[in-house]
Design a protein around this ligand. Structure first.
Ligand code: 13P
Length: 250
């Protein structure tokens, strides 16, 4: 059985003060939740604070990005080991906003996933097609290519630690969620690729999250799908009550 994972990607929202207020209000709301891994992905400056405030709780912490090198002359970048030391257990990698605005390539994403694993982080590898790509019938080509490239440096013993997030770009921040059936179709396709790469057993252990306008109103229908193992939530993770409502989808 795969343990569901629900992660809140705060993107470039919340100062450290705002992050601390969120955590103080959020922890009591979710302290009784069992059987769901809960993760917060704050901006880098508040990551150590969020990690210390959530230490010993049932809430984990992710970075929103990492660099692929262990260290070096890469102004403005942060290494997986730095993120790990700051208290993160996970790293979101290859989010579509990074691919779109920061020229992140499939190749870079693959190197980042391998580097995150080597540093002991759980990578949350994001894949997903744009609206133009979906309308051109390229959804499976694009998501499949991004998945294979993102996992190019992962060997099967490490496979089960990887988390995949399917985030159709047209559903991010638009209020237009993929239907549960649309999401399930792509999730099943992605799991098929994982099985081809690593064998059915390893593929069955990997969590595949859905992301794109997830709210407390639509999470249960998404989670009812066979291959949807959690959610990567943007806007609706910014308010404690709203994110707690998603985490308590059962
Ligand atoms: P929204 O939930 O705001 O659509 O964002 C999804 C997302 O990009 C999470 O990484």
């Amino acid at each position: 059985m795969r343990t569901p994972l629900v992660a809140g990607n705060w993107k470039m929202y919340k100062t450290s003060g705002e992050s601390a207020s969120f955590v103080k209000e959020f922890l009591p709301l979710v302290s009784g939740v069992k059987g769901v891994e809960i993760v917060l992905a704050p901006p880098f400056p508040s990551l150590p604070l969020v990690a210390s405030l959530t230490a010993g709780s049932n809430v984990g912490v992710a970075s929103q990005n990492v660099h692929f090198a262990a260290e070096g002359a890469y102004t403005g970048e942060v290494s997986p080991a730095m993120v790990k030391e700051a208290g993160a257990g996970y790293a979101i990698i290859g989010h579509s906003e990074r691919r779109l605005y920061f020229a992140e390539t499939d190749d870079n994403v693959g190197r980042k996933v391998a580097a995150a694993l080597a540093a002991g982080l759980v990578p949350i590898l994001c894949v997903g097609e744009t609206l133009d790509e979906r309308e051109a019938g390229k959804t499976f080509d694009v998501a499949g290519r991004q998945l294979r490239a993102g996992l190019a440096g992962v060997d099967s013993p490490r496979a089960a630690r990887v988390v995949v997030a399917y985030e159709p770009v047209w559903a991010i921040g638009t209020g237009r969620t993929a239907t549960p059936a649309q999401a399930q179709e792509v999730h099943a396709f992605l799991r098929g690729i994982l099985a081809e790469l690593w064998g059915r057993g390893a593929a069955e252990a990997v969590r595949i999250l859905y992301g794109g306008s997830v709210k407390s109103e639509n999470i249960a229908d998404l989670m009812a799908q066979a291959d949807i193992d959690g959610a990567l939530v943007g806007g609706a993770s910014l308010k404690p009550a709203s994110f707690a409502g998603i985490v308590k989808f059962k």
